[in-house]
Design a protein around this ligand. Structure first.
Ligand code: HEC
Length: 136
């Protein structure tokens, strides 16, 4: 009987601890990402993620960032230029490659997807960033 109870306890513990450890990961990644954002992105996209209309696209509630995480990772990794549409506005600027490592890009992505009113509980992993190659 004791063995069974122990087993059930372990099973329940497993069930509740798994999602919360993923959450922990996300929380830690977001706080590292905030620092990276302040050092590398804030000059153009600004502290509130609103950017500058017509020049620097917003990250707050930005359909591009929220709909195309892979393209956003690609942009941060390799830079981005040419016309893009963000929230029905055309941007034809250039963003230089960030020069960040894959783990830093994962952190800054987790931050911008969960800052400025954005919310996304799916963790961007280092592997997901590593998998994005320059030529898709
Ligand atoms: C020198 C200014 C500059 C800096 C610094 C910069 N960006 Fe950008 N960013 C831009 C511009 C300009 C575009 C649009 C490029 C285009 O028109 O093709 C852009 C586009 C983007 C996009 C896709 C469009 C959107 O708004 O969803 C994301 C995501 C993004 N930047 C994130 C970042 C992150 C994260 C950093 C910091 C690691 C960063 N940027 C640093 C200027 C900058």
């Amino acid at each position: 009987m004791k063995v069974v109870a122990g087993f059930i306890c372990a099973a329940i513990y497993g069930l509740i601890s798994l999602p919360s450890s993923q959450n922990d990961e996300l929380t830690k990644s977001i706080s590292r990402g905030k620092q990276i954002y302040t050092e590398n992105c804030i000059t153009c996209h600004l502290g509130n993620g609103q950017g500058v209309k017509g020049t620097f696209p917003p990250l707050a509630n930005a359909d591009f960032l929220l709909k195309y995480p892979e393209k956003s990772i690609h942009a941060i990794k390799f830079g981005l230029q040419g016309a893009i549409q963000v929230n029905n506005e055309t941007y034809k600027g250039a963003m230089p490659p960030s020069g960040l490592e894959d783990d830093e890009i994962a952190d800054v992505m987790n931050y911008i997807r969960n800052a400025f009113g954005n919310k996304n509980s799916k963790l961007i992993t280092i592997k997901a960033v590593a998998d994005i190659k320059e030529k898709q």
